[in-house]
Design a protein around this ligand. Sequence first.
Ligand code: ZN
Length: 172
Amino acid sequence: MAILPIITAPDPRLKVVSDPVAGVDDDLRKLMDDMLETMYAAPGIGLAAIQVGVPKRVIVMDLARDEEPPEPRYFVNPVISDPSDDLATYEEGCLSVPEMYEEVERPARAHVTYLDYAGKERSEDIDGMLATCLQHEIDHLNGILFIDHLSKLKRDMIVRKLLKARRQHVPA
Ligand code: ZN
């Protein structure tokens, strides 16, 4: 496995709409293994392939708490349907928007279909953290960041902070 570099905003690649994959093979499992290792190393709880520069509809996630054993999950070609009318608010962060956290409102529940690590078709109802996290990651597959759900004023402020932080990290 390998740790891959994570792309951060405002990189234009994060605006790309990712392509569905034809199926799950060993090459794709290798990508998912590398994405999971990259996510754990960051550390983060979810990662979409485009965040490591690969425009494929692939997501890895682990919502287990620190004291719990790891629970890696893989979502290939995920499709959300039947979003609930009632909304849930979570403070969201993103490995591509480092060190910025803001509250985002999303449907509290929905249904998702996807292929798992073995390429098996799966379908489940989601709520809580899983619902929020999956909607955040599927947004990535459509070129959308959580800051795109905020007001333009807030978004511009965050992008300015990111650019300033990046300049400070680049040796002169
Ligand atoms: Zn993210």
